[in-house]
Design a binder for this molecule. Structure first.
Ligand code: SAM
Length: 267
């Protein structure tokens, strides 16, 4: 199982669902009485669910360290467990949902089957379409390098990180009905004045730690020489980002599309 740091989750979810929650409409949050957020990590989605539903929100993850951070951030019950074998009797919840979990699982269908057993009504998944991420930057090398890293990463990762339009088929294959899909675009803009997160991000580019987080997957498709060259180009790009920030010239826009798929457990 890939490990995620609280810092990574905070950075990648920053601002998510703050601009609009329309894409969550089919989750019928105002009508829910018991909701399970599976693979909740530090509780980024759990807190949004808690704000939108009068029901109880339970947070589950396989990583107890992330659950500890989730507990510190919100007073919600947490459970350590495996998404593919949820430790609850059938029909315990009326919504079982996950965000950015299935793209990390070797067998996402097993998780959706387990969600379907634990829910008496709705099952939902919010999953990024990593193949359709868009980046624009005043540092032109950043756009090309990020695209090439994303492509190599997707080729080297051992799970389907661009599940996207196959999700409805997976939902239907486990017997869920009335399957609906909406899209949410998570937009992130970096521009002056830069906040601490933007400054940290630039530092991580310049010192190479951002790239190192994906080293295992990248090395599966790149030779040692190719990886070393990429690392060199990446750090040089990072130094240009830092320079542009010093002159307040740096701007970066990123859009990550998320598919929100919801299905109903048949009577
Ligand atoms: C990309 S993070 C997403 C966290 C959170 N849902 C969010 O959107 O910020 C994926 C999460 O799934 C958890 N995870 C991975 N495999 C799991 C499994 N088999 N059972 C439960 N949690 C799992 C990881 O520990 C991590 O917290």
């Amino acid at each position: 199982m890939r490990k995620f740091s609280p810092e990574y989750l905070r950075r990648t979810r920053e601002g998510m669902w703050d601009d609009s929650r329309d894409a969550l409409q089919d989750l019928s949050l105002p009508d829910r009485s018991r909701v399970l957020d599976v693979g909740c990590g530090t509780g980024e989605l759990s807190r949004v669910l808690d704000a939108e539903t009068p029901g109880e929100v339970v947070c589950l993850d396989a990583d107890p360290e992330l659950l500890r951070v989730a507990r510190e951030a919100a007073d919600l019950p947490t459970v350590v467990g495996d998404a593919t074998r949820l430790p609850f009797p059938d029909d315990t919840f009326d919504l079982v949902v996950c965000q950015a979990l299935l793209v990390n699982l070797p067998r996402p269908t097993d998780a959706i089957e387990s969600f379907t057993r634990a829910s008496s009504d709705l099952v939902a998944a919010v999953e990024p379409d990593n193949a359709a991420v868009g980046v624009d930057s005043t540092v032109s090398a950043e756009v090309a390098l990020e695209r090439s890293v994303r492509e190599s990463y997707m080729a080297g990762v051992q799970t389907d990180v661009a599940l996207g339009d196959r999700l409805p088929d997976i939902f239907e294959s486990v017997g869920l009905c009335d399957v609906r899909t909406r899209r949410y675009f998570h937009r992130k803009l970096i521009e002056p004045p830069y906040d601490d997160a933007a400054l940290e991000d630039a530092a991580r580019k310049a010192n190479g730690t951002g790239l190192a987080a994906h080293e295992t997957e990248l090395r599966r498709t790149l030779s040692d020489d190719e990886y070393d060259a990429l690392r060199r180009d990446w750090r040089e790009m990072g130094r240009t980002v830092v320079e542009q920030m010093q002159d307040e010239r740096y701007r970066r826009a990123e859009v990550v599309p998320f598919d929100v798929v919801v299905g109903r457990v048949p009577e």
